[in-house]
Design a protein. Structure first.
Lengths: 421, 421
């Protein structure tokens, strides 16, 4: 038996105990894990230092090294995250619906854990504690497959979490690390029946690989080519404030805006204000001919609008770049978003009730926003208290995934001898 | 562009109109479809006669021919099914949750259609109308890929349904048939992004193929190796009544019981009554050594209990066969179900509250039943009014799938200029 199959079987056995654990037990484990992380800060930071040194030796960009690096404050933040999870409602056992059937059978649909969840992620070691905590609270045993560049950090963190789980009376195998070689991840993606769900967290390439190679059901997360559409009836000052926030407040994340659409009737006025403000904020605009023309006279030398290619409109930049086009109508904006969007978050800025209603109905994205920044599509902002990722697929969960999204349901049917006739 | 890609693109376009159609429009289309089926009964039955003749020529078993055959009464039943759908609540637009965030953003999670659904099914032409109706009511454009053996019937039915949809003002392409060749189904399974969900309906082989070859998200349906466990504290008369119903009332369906487990402390008494009754009902029991021994003296000559193989316990017979074993404890019954069950429906017969609670907690199946027949796991019986299949997977939907299970959700976020700080 391969190592992955063996890990998955152990996860399955552990999942039976975890599924029946009370909220009190799970919360005690989360608190024990948090305390253990803090106690072992030196060990974790020392292990991480090896990963960081290896990354620097390999010429890794400093921004990636920063995501990889841990210090006592970051370990403390991981611990605090686990404690926060302990304070959230347990999704397991929630009765989603229930009634008595005409024949007297009592029907209840009840939330239950998936069982075994696999998380495949990139070089952020804080995801290790975060994902382990969310899976534990939702009653799922977890197989954590992090990046090889964070292997020493993840190994140290997983060892600490396992010890704390065991000390609370849960099986250590509720949390397991998975070897980082390619063969192991391939096997993990083929472990249908042993692993209930795989969740990839990371860039588009990682997600695409998992989606296309996995026979285990996958929840696709996180690719965001988000749009702001400035309607004919928009408050243009409000539109600019929102656009700047959506593009520049944190450009590297999936809910940052990547594309601006402006209704032709307000394009001249809006672009005359927006293009200099975007240039000032360091944003490179990739515009269609109308936007390029509008930029000619309004931005300072060296900050010209660049001509957009077809590819630009389908690109998630994750940087201070923005594609931009003028559209003839709200319908044209909808068509553009259907063609180029990724179904993450799209916003309309308008004072028109009819336009808002039409946009929110016609745009089929995980989140459609009226008169606010796209940056709000987030489990924390939505009030979920925790988030394992943002689903951009339509099956099971769509948008920010909190604890309830980490569960399945079962029907419990109670009778007194009913038979079918 | 291949034919399937072209069909899927047309379905996508049609899905935009259908997603915005009011309940009134959709219900009018369902009534028009029902009326058109009735008006075209002769055409449909004549087309079906060709399929039936071809099936008989090919030496198809008569039970399969019966599932394939249509007559005026069966066409009328298809029409009545569509009319019944018109009477059900529209799932689209339901607000699943909603509240106002601390910053004043109004958050609503709203049910929306998937978009384009593919159904892959076997030689029952009534599924064509049934699946088309459920998809239409839930706002989804459908690609119907039936069996080649029902091609003439399906073509006739699809033509009638498309005509009726168009007459109501919906695009005809909300319902489309898919060619039945293997190349076409392969392309359908690879049309990720164009098709949102695939639902296979049929035998284990079909479902396995779709699950393993599809990159489109799949909802797995219908394989049922269902158990009845007779507990130490069972009312044995009640247990026998339920067992006979669960096994024999309709043995060909997925919620029929395939395996009996009996607690050792009541095995002698229960089996002494159950084995003759099962034999009387025409059931062949495949027993473990204890059940074989119990059968020695109690059943009539020629109706002996057969020795079960390991394979028997994992088999969905769909016939008047039953595997049976004596277990030493409730825990052993749970272990047995975890090992051999398919996660469809499993029942305990007991007077003990503790045993019922332990069984319903520990057995992780779509439905767990206390003191009733396994045959109740069904959309109609559960009060859903319609059913597209019974999901045995954990992602998205589990158990009978009604109209809400044929939808996704989106978040609609309404503000007045909120930005993230």
């Amino acid at each position: 038996m391969s190592e992955i199959i063996e890990l998955a079987r152990r996860a399955r056995v552990a999942s039976y105990a975890l599924a029946e654990a009370s909220r009190a037990t799970k919360d005690a484990a989360l608190h024990a894990m948090a305390a253990a992380l803090r106690e072992n800060t030196d060990t974790i930071v020392a292990a991480n230092a090896k990963d960081v040194a290896a990354a620097r030796d390999a010429g890794t960009p400093e921004s990636t090294v920063d995501r990889l690096a841990l210090n006592p404050a970051r370990v403390d933040a991981m611990a605090a995250g686990l404690e926060q999870l302990a304070g959230l409602t347990d999704p397991v056992g929630e009765v989603v619906r229930g009634y008595t059937l005409p024949n007297g059978l009592e029907l209840r649909q009840v939330r239950v854990p998936f069982g075994v969840v696999g998380i495949i992620y990139e070089a952020r070691p804080n995801v290790t504690a975060d994902a382990a905590g969310i899976c534990l609270k939702s009653g799922n045993a977890v197989l954590l497959r992090g990046s090889s560049s964070a292997a020493a950090s993840n190994e140290a963190i997983v060892a600490v979490l396992r010890g704390a789980a065991e000390a609370t009376g849960l099986p250590a195998d509720v949390v397991q690390g998975v070897p980082t070689d390619r063969a192991a991840v391939k096997e993990l993606m083929q472990a249908r029946g042993l692993v209930d769900v795989l969740i990839p967290r990371g860039g588009a390439g990682l997600i695409q690989t998992v989606v296309s190679e996995s026979t285990v059901p996958v929840i696709e997360t996180g690719v965001g080519n988000c749009h702001v559409y400035v309607d004919a009836d928009a408050d243009l000052e409000l539109a600019l404030k929102i656009l700047l926030n959506a593009k520049t407040q944190r450009p590297s994340v999936c809910n940052a805006t990547e594309s601006l659409l402006v209704h032709a009737s307000v394009a001249d006025e809006f672009l005359a204000a927006a293009l200099p403000a975007l240039a000032e904020a360091g944003v490179t605009v990739h515009g269609d001919p109308a936007v390029v023309a509008a930029g000619k006279d309004v931005v300072a030398a060296g900050k010209d609008v660049v001509a957009a290619t077809e590819e630009d409109f389908g690109t998630e930049y994750n940087s201070l770049d923005l594609s931009a086009a003028v559209v003839e109508s709200l319908e044209a904006a909808v068509q553009h978003i259907r063609r180029y969007g990724s179904g993450h978050t799209d916003a309309i800025i308008t004072r028109s009730q009819a336009a808002a209603r039409r946009f929110t109905t016609a745009v089929d994205s995980a989140a459609v926003v009226v008169n606010a920044s796209t940056r709000f599509t987030d489990g924390g902002e939505f009030g979920f208290g925790a988030e394992i990722g943002i689903s951009t697929q339509k099956l099971h969960a769509r948008g920010p995934m909190g604890l309830p999204e980490m569960t399945s349901t079962k029907y419990v049917v109670t009778g007194e001898g009913q038979i079918r006739t």
